[in-house]
Write a protein that binds this ligand. Structure first.
Ligand code: KIV
Ligand code: ZN
Length: 531
């Protein structure tokens, strides 16, 4: 049997720390359940001490998942470890992930600590963490710029104090693969008790080497890899989960290692991340980009028709891209629709299915054929409209090239219909202005993205918006064959979250209740406030 490599997913911690990727509690739970279904071994759910929101989401994820270890990050400080433990202790398999920087650069300039003081800090805090929890990971932040002999001293000490996983991060994405290999081998050869712990890699992508460095670590003996969906994370991100996993699967001849990932869940998981965060996947992104399995040139198409292996080293089906694309239309019944949902990997309740089927039928009236992409867009936008406050009743927009646009909109709330009219320089502006007048809650539009879900003229238009009201930023998604309707629906989805208090990402300094938490921590990723 091939050697098992454990997948430690940090999409919800290192990934969520990156600008533009913040998620609210509900979204994090959805993401965590998807990661569990994907088959990751460990979910790093957050950094519990950093804010009440982070604490709550780690706690909620620990309660929501079953077949996966749930970790919280903690500095080598008692108060961090207490917060981490309180957040993960209800998990079936809890882990505390303690870290301290070990490079001279970080010790001298950031922590203002000697090597000996750092050893004392590690001894005290890893021992304390182990007194609470059996599964302890210790990370030597900036390992790749740490003196190797000092690194071995730290690793031996952490293991003696109870660490069961030792993580050697390339925190700033500085290393090249041969250096990573040498570092892991050196540690394996010079640390007496290294066999008592799993060695882990955590590589950042500042020079585009994250996946290559991670693989080099595996080849040298690391058996846990820390990664994120689509490689999101601090600065240029982390190693991409889907790339590592598919590399190991596709090149078994060169890399005889296995993971517990159900690769057919990869595309759906990446899409969910994109739909939750509103950040589009780059079309040529390896494995999950829209072009990853597209063949445009005649030569390639010819080769593909002769034998797909000519230009495809893995099948689209292996990552969950369905090729059958059974087309549904207005004559399709709920049975076929329900089968399609299952095929696309959605598990919905009967009530949700009925609602989705009604939306599907409405779309069929406007669009001849409905493809998988349309259904995915419908499901994902319907999830947005759960627990709605305001809903769209009707709208009329008048627009032209020599006039201002006018929008007349009717919205419904608690069974009552409210109507207003607004003028704007364009139809979207006028519509959003009318919405704002009706709901009587000013907001600004921070981002607006419109794209076609499918190729043809009758394609569904998908609008992603970010709106803010000074207390936070909220995302919304709307889908319709009419782009103005999609714009209104996406704005209402965001506004409903805003008014319903469904945790947007807070503007800096917005959360008074986070004062006792160290909400500066996620910003600079340091131990600056260590007292
Ligand atoms: O990049 C890094 O060093 C980290 C550690 C906290 C594991 O994210
Ligand atoms: Zn990191």
């Amino acid at each position: 049997m091939a050697d098992r490599v454990y997948i430690f997913d940090t999409t919800l911690r290192d990934g969520e720390q990156a600008p533009g990727y913040s998620m609210n509690l509900e979204e994090k739970i959805r993401m965590a359940k998807t990661l569990e279904q994907l088959g990751v071994d460990i979910i790093e759910a957050g950094f519990a001490i950093s804010s009440p929101g982070d604490f709550e989401s780690v706690r909620a994820i620990a309660a929501a998942v079953e077949n996966v270890t749930v970790a919280s990050l903690a500095r080598a400080l008692k108060k961090d470890i207490d917060a981490a433990w309180n957040a993960v202790k209800e998990a079936r398999r809890p882990r505390i992930h303690v870290f301290l920087a070990t490079s001279d650069l970080h010790l001298e300039y950031k922590l203002k600590m000697t090597r000996e003081e750092a050893l004392d800090r590690i001894r005290e805090n890893v021992t304390y963490a182990r007194s609470l929890c059996d599964d302890i990971e210790f990370s030597l932040e900036d390992a790749t710029r740490t003196d190797l002999d000092y690194m071995c001293q730290v690793v031996q000490l952490a293991i003696e104090c109870g660490a069961t996983t030792i993580n050697l991060p390339d925190t700033v994405g500085y290393a090249v693969p041969s250096e990573i290999g040498n570092m892991v081998r050196y540690v394996r050869e010079h640390v007496k008790d290294i066999d008592k712990a799993v060695i882990s890699m955590h590589c950042h992508n500042d020079l585009g080497m994250a996946v290559a460095n991670t693989i080099s670590g595996i080849q040298a003996g690391a058996r846990q890899v820390e990664c994120t969906l689509c490689g999101i994370g601090e600065r240029a991100g982390n190693a991409a989960l889907e790339e590592i996993v598919m590399l190991l699967r596709t090149r078994q001849d060169a890399l005889p290692y296995e993971t517990g990932i159900d690769t057919k869940e990869i595309t759906r998981s990446a899409r969910l991340l994109s739909s939750i965060t509103g950040v589009k996947i780059f079309p040529s992104k390896a494995i999950v980009g829209a072009n990853a399995f597209a063949h445009e040139s005649g030569i390639h198409q010819h080769g593909m028709m002769a034998d797909s292996r000519t230009y495809e080293i893995m099948t689209p089906e292996s990552v969950g891209v369905s090729q059958t694309n059974l087309v549904l239309g207005k004559h399709s019944g709920q049975h076929a629709f329900s089968r399609k949902l299952v095929e696309l990997g959605y598990t919905v309740t009967k009530e949700e299915e009925d609602r989705l089927f009604a939306e599907f039928k409405k779309t069929c009236d406007r669009k001849k054929t409905i493809t998988d992409k349309d259904i995915v867009a419908l499901v994902e936008s319907t999830e947005e409209t759960d627990s709605r406050i305001w809903s769209l009743e009707s709208f009329v927009v008048n627009s032209g090239n020599h006039m201002d646009s006018t929008a007349c909109i009717s919205l419904k709330k608690d069974g009552k219909v409210y109507k207003d009219v607004a003028i704007g320089t364009g139809p979207v502006y006028a519509s959003l202005r009318a919405v704002e007048k009706i709901i009587r809650h000013p907001f600004s539009l921070d981002d607006y993205q419109l794209q076609a879900v499918t190729e043809h003229r009758d394609a569904l238009g998908e609008v992603l918006v970010k709106v803010s009201d000074g207390s936070g930023t909220y995302r919304g998604r709307g889908v319709s064959t009419d782009v103005i309707e999609a714009s209104i629906l996406s704005t209402l989805a965001a506004v409903n979250k805003m008014l319903g208090g469904r945790g947007g990402s807070m503007a800096s300094g917005a959360s008074a209740s986070s004062m006792s938490f160290e909400n500066d921590m996620l910003m600079d990723h340091t131990d600056k406030s260590v007292d």
